[in-house]
Design a protein around this ligand. Structure first.
Ligand SMILES: [Fe+2]
Length: 152
């Protein structure tokens, strides 16, 4: 393999892990939209839905960055489960505060994962991914800001 091939493969692997993270965090955020309860139900129900929509909207962009780099991308729930670094949360009875804190932490992890993909895009000469990653970071930072602001 040439140096370029290695850089491209590392980028493709990183983007596929990032895509798996987005799908996993999308579903967790949607689950919290469905299961949140308490005095702030209405606001949190809407906020979690807006954040889930934002996460889902990026999945197509990331998958197509993989294809434009010549790689294959995710094909199934199993492919997501094998790559995601976002821990499953199967409790439907968490307090709103625990949900908010967990999503904030997961979105911080996502920022680190985007940073990794951006660095590998730079190494591979993929300017489009490198530039787009700044928007992905900005969106995740906004989610962290909104979530942590709720914790007071
Ligand atoms: Fe809904």
């Amino acid at each position: 393999m040439t140096k370029t091939d290695n850089a491209s493969k590392a980028l493709i692997d990183s983007l596929n892990r990032l895509l798996a993270d987005y799908f996993a965090l999308y579903l967790k955020t949607k689950s919290f939209h469905w299961h949140v309860a308490g005095p702030r139900f209405h606001d949190l129900h809407l906020l979690f839905d807006a954040q889930a929509t934002e996460l889902f909207a990026l999945t197509d962009l990331i998958a197509e960055r993989v294809r434009k780099n010549g790689g294959s991308t995710l094909t199934s729930i199993g492919a997501i489960a094998g790559r995601s670094r976002i821990a499953d949360q199967d409790s439907a009875a968490l307090s709103a505060e625990v949900m908010i804190a967990e999503l904030a932490e997961d979105n911080r992890s996502l920022i680190a994962a985007v940073r990794e993909a951006k660095a590998l895009a730079g190494a591979a000469g993929d300017n489009a991914t490198e530039g787009a990653a700044d928007d992905w970071t900005d969106q995740a930072e906004q989610r962290v800001w909104f979530l942590t602001s709720l914790l007071g």
